[in-house]
Ligand binder design. Structure first.
Ligand code: SAM
Length: 280
């Protein structure tokens, strides 16, 4: 049963409120708005496609589907998709986006607390969600019992130590912002966000019993633009295309390389993916 987030989970209630408020504009601002966010969407989508593979499977679970940005990728590959999110308003957007897909079931709930009574999935995906979940570790460790034998899981979350750190839309400038950044407090008192160390994430995959655990950069390059969701006006909009093409080419080279090469370039990645496979 999915637990009601309004009972006994104040952190999740605060997170749900923030994403309810953002639901109307999130997808456009984060993924569609301009050529920078579209490149970020392409990097994320290509990573998901490469890690999930294009084999047709029986079932898929999406943890934190938001407005359904990636739910269609799962629905293209799986007979049945269960997509869970805390935010009713995000789920309404996802319902609108996937209205024509009878194989998508949307469910309101907290991914740290819902229990599918032993149901197992061939694919599990979560994109930019676990950084808002205090119990992220137990969610990752649950992958082992939620995946069917041979099933694959892909988790994408923000990179804790990289040159992107602190480059969000609200800047470092001003004494109060600076103090808040240094102390790690968030803008919104009831909003919870923590970046997850890559080693900790890999360890949680291993504790879950997953094998072939791999790490790779997702959103990648230099935070030097002013029109994406990051605001560093070093490269003016008219000069963006060659810089973006270079980021894409470098990302390809790093992603196609050994795990050593991928690890060596994680400092250039705003987000990272960890993938793994259940034995069997
Ligand atoms: C940044 S959005 C990402 C949405 C989507 N995955 C994407 O990449 O476009 C984060 C989503 O995670 C959801 N979320 C955060 N904590 C959650 C939790 N404990 N259980 C379920 N969903 C959660 C939020 O409601 C929000 O829709």
């Amino acid at each position: 049963m999915v637990q009601d987030v309004s009972q006994g989970a104040p952190v999740q209630a605060g997170v749900a409120r923030v994403f309810d408020d953002a639901a109307g504009y999130y997808r456009e601002l984060r993924w569609d708005k301009n050529r920078l966010t579209q490149l970020e969407r392409w990097l994320t989508q290509t990573t998901i496609e490469e890690e999930l593979g294009d084999q047709r499977v029986g079932s898929a679970l999406e943890l934190g589907c938001g407005p359904g940005t990636w739910t269609g990728l799962l629905a293209d590959r799986a007979e049945a998709v269960l997509a869970v999110d805390l935010s009713e308003a995000m789920l309404a957007q996802a319902g609108h986006a996937h209205a024509g897909r009878p194989n998508v079931e949307l469910r309101q709930g907290d991914i740290a607390r819902f229990d599918e009574a032993g149901r197992r999935f061939d694919r599990i995906l979560s994109v930019r969600v676990l950084e808002y979940v205090p119990e992220w570790q137990s969610v990752v460790e649950s992958l082992g019992r939620r995946l069917a034998p041979g099933g694959r899981a892909v988790i994408i979350t923000k990179t804790p130590i990289s040159i992107w750190r602190g480059t969000g839309r609200e800047r470092w400038f001003g004494p109060r912002t600076f103090a808040r950044r240094l102390t790690g407090r968030t803008l919104n008192a009831d909003f919870w966000q923590r970046y997850i160390p890559i080693r900790g994430m890999v360890r949680a995959f291993e504790t879950a019993g997953l094998v072939d655990v791999k790490v790779r950069p997702v959103i990648f390059g230099l935070p030097i633009y002013m029109r994406g969701t990051k605001q560093y006006p070093i490269v003016p909009p008219f000069a963006e295309p060659p810089f973006l093409a270079a980021s894409r080419g470098m990302w390809r080279w790093v992603s196609d390389g050994s795990q050593l090469r991928r690890n060596a370039f994680l400092w250039l990645s705003e987000s990272y993916a960890v993938s793994g496979r259940a034995k069997g």
